[in-house]
Design a protein. Structure first.
Length: 157
């Protein structure tokens, strides 16, 4: 599976003080290195490095299923994740909440589950057996924070 980082242009706009989903400037904090996942490089922000806290709506437009919630990104430039397979940021918790969505950004009911980190790639792949599912969002199992998105592979059914 390919895990999408947030778009670099969007992250750069926040770093320049641009508004978040609530119309507010991002807050700045210093990482303690423990559980501060950046949604751009998809790694934990290292201890002692600054990061931004902001509200993000990872959907195209406001609608009932378009949840807004808190996320972190590195305050300094970082390289967008582009690797294959599970990014480092999805190996720091024992489990994650995954949810399938339709192409019009509605929850595909029945696809949501809390799954073990060790099996997350297979669990996401299985969601694409359901023809309704256009993408799968990964969120924190305990705080519901958006982590990353996997789009339907082009070679999948
Ligand atoms: Zn980063």
């Amino acid at each position: 599976m390919r895990y999408d980082p947030l778009p670099t242009d969007l992250v750069r706009a926040w770093r320049a003080g641009g508004p978040d989903a609530n119309g507010q400037a991002p807050k700045r904090a210093t990482s303690d290195g423990d559980g501060v996942p950046c949604r751009h490089c998809l790694r934990d922000v290292p201890q002692g490095r600054d990061y931004l806290i902001l509200a993000h709506r990872p959907f195209g437009a406001p609608q009932p299923y378009a949840e807004v919630g808190p996320i972190f990104v590195c305050a300094e430039d970082c390289a967008a994740w582009e690797g294959d397979g599970v990014p480092p940021v999805l190996t720091t918790s024992p489990d994650y909440l995954i949810k399938g969505y339709s192409a019009d950004e509605r929850i595909a009911y029945g696809t949501g589950a809390v799954v073990a980190a060790a099996g997350i790639d297979a669990a996401i792949a299985a969601r694409f057996d359901d023809p309704r599912v256009a993408f799968v969002d990964v969120r924190s199992a305990r705080n519901n924070c958006f982590q990353t998105r996997v789009r339907r592979p082009t070679n999948a059914a």
